[in-house]
Design a protein around this ligand. Structure first.
Ligand code: PHE
Length: 346
């Protein structure tokens, strides 16, 4: 029997060397270890042996089985490699570098933000940031919007328990803490902490108690500009906005300032945009931002002397600009993370 096993392994080794396809390997496997395979036959013979011989022969059978399993494992690797090589049309070279991982890309909102910031940088604006969790004073009171002011209704937001105080929100008594409704709070922080003259632009996330639909989101982004200097005028405001709009929407774009009201600017305007390159919105006046000259009361509240300093301010919604630039008609697309949508801006 020992002799028989040695022969069996030798024959199997010989046979394995001629196997080159998956089908041949399966057939070979069946001939040796299948229900009627040569090794299976020998194993069945074990029952006919004497009690004394059984352990000895059993051990030999196990060794033969192991040898056959190794043959099969080697064949498996060889066949997989040749299948890959066949698919590639060349032999497999495992030392080659792996193909590059697919590249990611900037989110359309990030792209739009970067474009806006780089435009304003050309006019000497630098980026300023502030906390999203803000004090009521920085978000409203310092912007000339006291607790009973109707403008607060339009900017209703979430008020947080005291334990949610942001790290750098000053602990002014029992002051309420909220999610900021605009990045104008960064203007307040900048006026309090820096000496004019300066020009800053504050990009960031804002929150409002808005019902979500195609053009509203309770969580959105703003970019606000503030320029404090001596003798800042409406001509400066117009100049900045005109430059911004032409850089963003093309040289044919025009602006129009329409009188409006904000508690923190005086006079205040809505800025409308008209451009021939906006698809179905071409050549129509579209409202895209609020702006004005900083109200002297705000300068005073932020520690600046209104007789010496003046300023201009403007604020726009990042989503609105990105939607106009790219012809996107539903704000929710920005937040769904659907790569079929996002890939279009790569
Ligand atoms: N903060 C205003 C808003 O969110 C926009 C604005 C900014 C208006 C600056 C005027 C000046 O609606």
């Amino acid at each position: 029997m020992q002799q028989q096993l040695v022969q069996l392994v030798a024959a199997a080794t010989q046979e394995a060397s001629g196997v080159s396809t998956r089908a041949e390997m399966e057939a070979f496997k069946a001939r040796v270890v299948g229900p009627n395979g040569s090794l299976t036959q020998v194993m069945k013979g074990l029952a006919t042996l004497s009690k004394e011989d059984r352990p000895v022969v059993g051990k030999l059978i196990n060794e033969a089985k192991k040898a056959v399993e190794e043959l099969l494992a080697t064949l498996q690797v060889k066949i997989e490699e040749s299948e890959i090589a066949g698919a590639l049309g060349a032999p497999l070279d495992s030392t080659l570098p792996s193909p590059d991982a697919p590249a990611g890309s900037l989110h359309p909102l990030s792209r739009t933000r970067e474009k806006i910031l780089s435009t304003l940088r050309k006019l000497g604006f630098t980026v300023a940031e502030g906390p999203e969790v803000e004090t009521e004073w920085h978000c409203f009171d310092a912007l000339n919007t006291p607790a009973d002011h109707p403008a607060r209704d339009m900017q209703d937001t979430l008020y947080l328990p005291k334990s949610f105080r942001s790290a750098d929100a000053p602990r002014k008594g029992e002051e309420a803490i909220l999610l900021r409704t605009h990045t104008s709070s960064v203007q307040v922080r900048t006026m309090l902490s820096r000496k004019p003259p300066f020009r800053i632009v504050a990009p960031g996330r804002c929150f409002r108690r808005d019902a979500v639909d195609a053009t509203h989101s309770a969580n959105f982004h703003q970019v606000e500009g503030l320029w404090i200097d001596r003798n800042v005028t409406l001509a400066d405001l117009r100049g900045v906005l005109d430059f911004f709009v032409k850089e963003t929407f093309g040289p044919e774009a025009e602006i129009r300032l329409r009188p409006s009201f904000f508690p923190f600017t005086e006079p205040s305007f809505e800025m409308d945009l008209r451009s021939p390159n906006l698809g179905r919105l071409s050549n129509r006046w579209l409202e895209i931002m609020g702006c004005g000259l900083v109200d002297p009361k705000v300068l005073e509240l932020c520690g600046l002397d209104p007789n010496e300093w003046s300023g201009l301010a403007f604020g726009l919604g990042l989503e609105r600009i990105a939607m106009l630039v790219h012809g996107i008609d539903d704000i929710r697309l920005f937040y769904n993370n659907d790569t079929r949508f996002l890939r279009q801006f790569a």
